[in-house]
Design a protein around this ligand. Structure first.
Ligand code: PA5
Length: 446
């Protein structure tokens, strides 16, 4: 089971910049209040907690069909509709496209160069496209979908719909309508499941099955950590403790940057996924904590100097792996060379773990708060735990901050300007605003 070690957040261990136990204790009642909201499911978006109990037979059936009739699996989606699938892909099947089929592509932007690259390597005759959009109308996803639809129609004619799976709201939205009219298979993102809380819905599970993962293991892991995180008792609930510690560090110590550093290349995208979850859920009403993704040991040679000697504004979150599943012993070569021979006989995983522990300690010794999530191994079961752990922690922290962690009102204005510029009906005034702004910008360039 995943574990949280927060010794290096505490005053007793790192000194005055750590948290006093009394401060944690003083929040106990508030924690219990937020726990009540969660356990009684007071917000409909807490439905993500039920995902481990959903029937996944249709997902499995579709995945089997894809594995049989497709060499390429192309996901179109953005934000919560793409980061989760990518985190699963990279964690459970590193270097996937060099080693396995169907090869997977995730087009989560509107970059014509990326699209050109994808078109140049995939065979659309043997491709399944999974369009993922909860709302069914996100411009970036819609644009890719429209392009793909035209191309697939040219190749497959009336059968084109069979090459698409639309993962979207079960009842409403443009995508659902198009899917129904054109014979596409569909998978539901249920009403209460928000984009960034959807990784354990068909959004992430179809991809998991397509790459050969039994997604029930992901769900089992998620269910088990949920059980562990279902107690109101702060000292026994790792998700609540994680959120409470960062909340205190942000409020009392003004440490508003959270660096997430997994010691595994394959968890780099997990870190990206976490960053969206943490930023978009908690960045509201002038509050929030800025997450930034790193990877160990690589960023010890890039970011660590800043963490050690830069401003006192960060908390570092280590992700330590127990068993990498594979290992290599460093051979006894260059025996007479002191600068290298000390490594001989040790394993690669021993080295990465030593580096992780050393970095924790180096930070702690300087009084820099950090904590460590111990993940026994990188497999579907433990990945499920990690994903659900972060989702529970994020929802809880939002409630502790007295904000709604499930909305994102701040992203609307930018979207509306884009609609205006692209000529969407009803957004004409937004277009004029953009034009006025361009005029103002014109005299401020060199
Ligand atoms: O977390 C969210 O709600 C967002 O990041 C969405 O996932 C993102 O905007 C994509 O939305 P949709 O799935 O409706 O296309």
């Amino acid at each position: 089971m995943l574990e949280l070690n927060f010794a290096n957040m505490m005053e007793e261990v790192i000194g005055v910049r750590g948290i006093n136990v009394k401060v944690l204790e003083s929040l106990k009642v508030q924690v219990q209040e937020e726990h009540r909201l969660i356990s009684e499911r007071k917000l409909p978006e807490l439905e993500f907690l039920e995902l481990p109990n959903r029937d996944i037979s249709e997902i499995k059936k579709f995945a089997q069909e894809i594995r049989k009739d497709s060499d390429h699996f192309l996901i179109l989606g953005i934000g919560g509709s793409a980061l989760g699938p990518r985190a699963i892909l990279e964690a459970l099947s590193p270097l996937h496209n060099l080693r396995k089929t169907p090869k997977v592509f995730i087009y989560d932007n509107v970059d014509p160069r990326t699209l050109d690259g994808i078109f140049s390597v995939i065979d659309l005759k043997r491709t399944t496209v999974n369009v993922i959009s909860k709302s069914g109308s996100t411009a970036e996803t819609a644009a890719g979908f429209m392009l793909l639809w035209e191309k697939m129609k040219d190749i497959h004619g009336k059968e084109a719909g069979k090459r698409f799976i639309a993962t979207t709201d079960p009842a409403s939205g443009t995508l659902r309508k198009i899917a129904a009219e054109n014979g596409m298979r569909t998978l539901p993102i249920e009403k209460g499941i928000g984009g960034r809380f959807s990784v354990l819905s068909p959004v992430g599970l179809l991809l998991a099955e397509v790459i050969g993962t039994d997604s029930s293991h992901l769900l089992k892991g998620a269910g088990d950590i949920h059980e562990k995180c279902s107690t109101y008792e702060l000292w026994q609930n790792p998700a609540y403790m994680f959120g409470t510690l960062l909340y205190i560090m942000n409020g009392e110590e003004k440490r508003n940057i959270n660096a997430m550093i997994p010691y595994a290349d394959s968890l780099k995208f997990l870190s990206e996924w976490f960053c969206q979850l943490w930023a978009e859920s908690l960045g509201k009403n002038g509050m929030g904590m800025t997450p930034y993704p790193s990877v160990g040991t690589t960023d010890q040679h890039s970011q660590l100097q800043l963490w050690m000697e830069g401003p006192e504004d960060k908390v570092v979150i280590f992700l330590r792996i127990g068993d990498y599943g594979v290992d290599f012993t460093i051979p006894a070569v260059f025996e007479g060379v002191d600068g290298m021979s000390y490594l001989s006989g040790h394993s690669i995983s021993e080295l990465i773990k030593a580096e992780e522990e050393s970095t924790e300690l180096a930070l702690a010794k300087r009084g820099k708060p950090n904590m460590t999530i111990h993940l026994p191994s990188i497999d579907a079961y433990h990945l499920g735990q990690l994903l659900q752990f972060f989702e529970i922690a994020t929802a809880f922290t939002g409630l502790l901050m007295k904000i709604n962690p499930f909305n994102q009102p701040g992203v609307e204005e930018g979207k509306n300007f884009t609609y205006g510029m692209m000529g969407k009906k009803g957004f004409e005034t937004k277009k004029s605003e953009v034009e006025e702004a361009r005029e103002k910008k014109a005299c401020w360039k060199i």
